[in-house]
Design a protein around this ligand. Structure first.
Ligand code: GN1
Ligand code: MG
Length: 361
């Protein structure tokens, strides 16, 4: 066991003996560990301060969410959010000698995360869980949440960062793969501000969002299709539900072997999302669904590509071209979404009319 890590973990472990510390998950930003103790296990994380400029604020936001849930009856809550553990000195986080911020969270167990969806029942659960999350916090004042990551999912800001990076001397030599990415970005640049301009025009409402509802952030009960938790709450903040819907679908419906978009799964996820959260959705919310489904993978591709050009400072990598490959995969996914645009439009129209029928029944 790494003695430095063990020392930090012990600060959150009360008097429980620590048995083992293992890396947990495959997050690209924070360092996450599973701490096994003689008592309850917990999750230990070093928050990436280059990404989250005020790491402790992520905990303030989580406390706000927990507080909000305490005012709701138990039967109304179907998702468990992890509790924050305190240090022996009753702090929610600690700074180590190198000024890194560490925090510990409840290990929600028994549970499991999944990397691919294997059946429509799981997809339905994903849609329900995201809709339930949005509904649970739909009456939480967004002003109570700190913006832990300014500019997150604001695609025009990422585009500006890309232009700035491109104007400076690059950390890499441009090759054909780079040119493909650059061409793709150039061809689509007029669509970059679609969600932000709708938001600025007051067409889309700012609500409490998760920010990163990718498939492996939903925890399933073991050997079951039931979702019991939605984790990784650092990016919970005011934003558009479209960011979450787009992010959830780009992660759940991405077929990695060929970078195609699984329309059937998307339909199931969206239908169940709407069954849960449709009551808070407006006509305009439906009108921008296709744009969100296209834009969020485009944005992620742009973020990966910019990071590659800048020498991989943001996302963790295991080989130098990984961010370039990730960018190409996202852009190919976007192309497939574009190909399926008429079908996606039809699907949204049908979902909209079903939900109107339910609302007026
Ligand atoms: C990052 O660290 P992780 O994997 O939870 C990123 C998300 C991306 C995701 C892509 C704060 O999340 O926006 O969608 O990688 N989080 C942040 O895998 O930038
Ligand atoms: Mg995350």
């Amino acid at each position: 066991m790494n003695p430095v890590l063990a020392n930090i973990a012990q600060c959150f472990a009360s008097n429980q003996k620590i048995l083992q510390i293992k890396p947990l998950g495959n997050g690209l930003i924070n360092d996450t560990y599973w701490v096994q103790t003689q008592g309850d296990d917990f999750v230990l994380q070093k928050i990436n301060a280059h990404v989250f400029p005020y790491p402790e604020k992520t905990l303030d936001n989580l406390l706000q969410l927990q507080h909000h849930l305490k005012n709701l009856p138990d039967w109304a809550i179907r998702l468990k959010l992890p509790e924050i553990l305190q240090t022996t000195e009753q702090h929610y986080s600690l700074r180590d000698g190198e000024n890194n911020v560490w925090r510990a969270l409840e290990f929600i167990s028994p549970s499991e995360s999944r990397e691919t969806l294997s059946n429509p029942t799981e997809a339905a659960e994903i849609g329900k869980a995201l809709g339930h999350f949005h509904s649970l916090f739909s009456d939480l004042d967004t002003g109570l949440l700190f913006d832990t990551l300014p500019g997150f999912h604001v695609t025009p800001s990422y585009f500006q960062a890309y232009l700035d990076a491109s104007a400076q001397s690059l950390a890499v030599v441009e090759d054909d793969d780079c040119h493909r990415c650059q061409d793709f970005i150039r061809q689509h640049q007029t669509r970059i501000d679609i969600l932000e301009s709708a938001s600025q025009q007051g067409l889309l409402k700012t609500r409490v969002i998760h920010g990163d509802p990718k498939l492996n952030n939903f925890l399933f009960a073991c050997d079951s299709d039931v979702i019991i938790s939605l984790i990784d709450l650092d990016t919970v903040k005011p934003g558009l539900i479209h960011y979450d819907i787009g992010d959830c679908l780009r992660s759940c419906c991405h077929i990695p072997d060929n970078n195609r978009f699984d329309l059937q799964l998307a339909e199931v996820i969206l239908r169940h999302y709407i069954l849960e959260a449709g009551k808070m959705m407006t006509e305009a919310d439906y009108d921008y669904l296709y744009d969100a489904i296209w834009l969020i993978p485009f944005e992620l591709g742009l973020r990966f590509f910019t990071d590659y050009l800048q020498g991989n400072r943001y996302f963790k990598i295991s080989e130098p071209r990984e961010n370039l490959k990730r960018a190409i995969a996202q852009f190919e996914l976007c192309s497939d979404i574009e190909q399926q645009k008429p079908k996606l439009f039809n699907m949204v129209e049908q979902l909209k009319s079903c939900s109107t029928a339910i609302k007026t029944a």
